[in-house]
Design a protein around this ligand. Structure first.
Ligand code: ADP
Ligand code: MG
Length: 613
């Protein structure tokens, strides 16, 4: 493929430049590049947290500090003084990582389950307390820190702070970027990227949201820990100042400036900030005629400007520019599109195993007298209905009748105050949507919840999350080939089944609304459901799109899927479904065949003559 070949050339050229730089530049610039590399490594973690998973952390510097201080305490002269022993660098790295991850795990347990601003606030508190801990502990040298650290020595080779350290630092950056890139293109990666689509959507796809957040949080902290280890050996001196909250903000700033939608953003952001700071620290005092911390003000203004003009950061702005210039698809719109389609093309893979189908006529869903109150309002009042395998049932009713509430009770978003929801013979009141998905209940959303930047194929594959096995390590190391190939094949099969087969590589956000709704159905089908719940699938569709949708739902019925749809649009429903339940003011006012419902006086009254006879 042309684009991937061009990418290969760009990457190879970049690697060559990176390799040659130490031979061509002064030791000053090698030091600067080493700093950039260490910042970039930790900033990769921030990009992952903020840009990919939608979480904000001000605590990255504190994690770098933990890695650096652990190393310094082990190798420095004042605490354990193990510096001269062989193998100690690895012990320092392992211990630094262990401590960083342990702290991140505890902080994650405390904040990741809470929504909103608890995580950012938690990371600020964490950054401040760790900073004061470093500053007060006598054994860690309080405010003066730990000096006279020995240089890094591995297998007799001394790394110092020059070219050798440069290769180590940049080797780590590239390796980390490669592993994360692999991870993001996998089953776990899709789960992580789904976090931005909202908790409700991710859970309904079977993603363990808390676990996915924790994984990202730990990876980010781990990268910071490694960066800290490199820092201690490069600077050979640690003090609290570089690890305060201000520095935590710097990392966030680098990520936002570089562009959080891409791993390249970390490299770009770290480079700009480090170089600009060097330059401004020389220039501003000359311009202003006195010494001071003026570069912070410039950075502050810069971030406001960037956020206003280029929300995708420098990476986003430049790739959009290049796209216009060379007529490429902008990368920020079509993230990682090629690989997915290539891997889905793998022939000779076994299809995913399917769950045992309910026999035709088997009662799949049994809702028994559910009541749901919101304060004084009874949104559902003793509602009952049953759906059989191979049947299409619609719940209709005017706005505010309680259809969405009923839908939420069935799909596990909330639990009924009274009554029971029985799915395939088991009582599932208020059970997590994730477990319901595992049991064979899949859904779409009234307001489409897709990941617009991900490809159609990847969006659909997210629905098959629970049918894959491979986790973080396997995918980072690309040992998930077969698993991933089968998931993507399934996604492609379902997309072809619903008629979206020609759009696999397109960003989901570029589809028309009707197609997006159909994509949501394909995503739900990837979970191999026995019951499909569709919340107002026809809303906002044009006539032609409604016809295509009805066609698809009929096709699913012949394949034995039970479909329960909640719909506002009587006309859409009448020609399509087998049975109808009508709701008004939270109550079921009628149930029966479409013909009978159309003549039911109570229904006609509820719709105020809105049905043409
Ligand atoms: P429909 O989907 O049929 O339009 P809903 O189930 O959304 O109806 O709403 C039924 C009633 O319950 C409405 O009066 C609505 O205002 C109320 N309602 C729905 N969800 C909530 C909620 N989370 N909190 C309070 N009231 C709610
Ligand atoms: Mg509704």
């Amino acid at each position: 493929m042309k684009t991937s070949r061009r990418q290969g050339i760009v990457i190879a050229a970049g690697l060559l430049v990176l390799l040659l730089i130490p031979l061509l530049s002064s030791s000053f610039y090698i030091t600067v590049l080493n700093n950039i590399g260490m910042y970039a490594l930790a900033t990769l973690g921030v990009v992952l947290l903020t840009g990919v998973a939608g979480m904000t952390s001000f605590g990255q510097a504190a994690f770098v500090g933990l890695g650096a201080y652990t190393t310094a305490a082990l190798i420095g002269p004042s605490v354990f003084n193990l510096g001269a022993m062989t193998g100690v660098p690895w012990i320092a790295l392992g211990l630094g990582l262990l401590i960083t991850l342990a702290f991140a795990f505890v902080l994650g347990l405390l904040t990741l389950k809470l929504s909103g601003h608890y995580l950012p606030l938690g990371t600020i508190a964490w950054g401040m307390s760790l900073y004061s801990l470093f500053g007060t502990l006598e054994s860690l040298g309080s405010h003066t820190g730990i000096a006279d650290l020995p240089p890094l020595k591995i297998a007799g080779v001394v790394f110092g702070d020059g070219p050798r350290m440069y290769y180590l630092i940049w080797g780590s950056v590239l390796l980390a970027a490669l592993l994360i890139h692999n991870l993001l293109e996998s089953r776990m990666g899709r789960a992580i990227r789904a976090l931005r689509g909202g908790q409700e959507m991710a859970t309904s796809m079977g993603v363990d949201v808390f676990r996915a957040k924790m994984v990202v949080f730990l990876i980010a902290a781990g990268l910071a820990g490694i960066s800290g280890w490199l820092y201690a050996y490069t600077q050979r001196f640690v003090s609290p100042a570089p690890f305060n909250v201000q520095s935590g903000i710097d990392y966030l700033f680098m990520a936002l400036l570089g562009g959080v939608t891409s791993l390249w953003g970390a490299l770009i952001g770290a480079s700009i900030v480090v170089l600009l700071r060097e330059w401004l620290q020389d220039l501003l005092p000359l311009l202003l005629g006195r010494a001071g911390n003026f570069e912070s003000i410039v950075f502050g203004l810069l971030i406001v400007l960037v956020m206003q003009r280029w929300p995708g950061g420098v990476f986003g702005a430049v790739s959009a520019l290049l796209a216009r210039r060379f007529q490429l698809t902008p990368r920020s719109q079509a993230r990682l599109p090629l690989q997915g389609a290539q891997r889905a093309g793998t022939a000779g893979l076994q299809a995913l195993p399917q769950r045992a189908r309910p026999s035709p006529g088997e009662r799949v869903l049994d809702v028994r007298g559910v009541t749901k109150r919101f304060g004084g309002l009874v949104a559902n009042n003793a509602v009952s209905l049953q759906v059989e395998a191979g049947e299409i049932m619609a719940v209709i009713g005017p706005n505010g009748a309680g259809k969405s509430t009923l839908f939420n009770l069935i799909s596990g978003v909330m639990a009924p105050d009274e009554g029971d929801v029985i799915f395939r013979g088991h009582r599932v009141n208020g059970q997590s949507p994730r477990l319901l998905a595992a049991a064979g209940l899949s859904r779409t959303f009234q307001h489409v919840k897709l990941l617009p930047e991900m490809t159609v194929l990847e969006n659909a594959a997210l629905g098959a999350h629970l049918r894959g096995r491979k986790g973080v390590f396997a995918s980072a190391l690309r040992l998930d080939g077969e698993d991933e190939g089968r998931l993507l094949n399934e996604a492609r099969t379902q997309l072809e089944r619903v008629g979206l087969g020609e759009f696999l590589d397109r960003p989901a956000g570029s589809l028309a609304l009707g197609q997006q709704r159909i994509l949501e159905i394909a995503r739900a089908l990837c979970a191999d459901p026995c019951l499909l719940l569709l919340d107002e699938p026809a809303a906002g569709l044009r006539l032609k799109e409604k016809e295509a949708l009805a066609e698809l739902i009929r096709k699913l019925r012949t394949e034995g899927v039970a479909v329960l749809l909640v719909e506002h649009d009587m006309d859409f429903v009448m020609g399509l479904v087998d049975r109808i339940v009508v709701m008004e003011f939270g109550q079921k006012i009628a149930e029966g065949l479409p013909d009978a419902i159309q003549r039911d006086p109570a229904v006609l009254k509820a719709y105020l003559g809105g049905v043409d006879e």
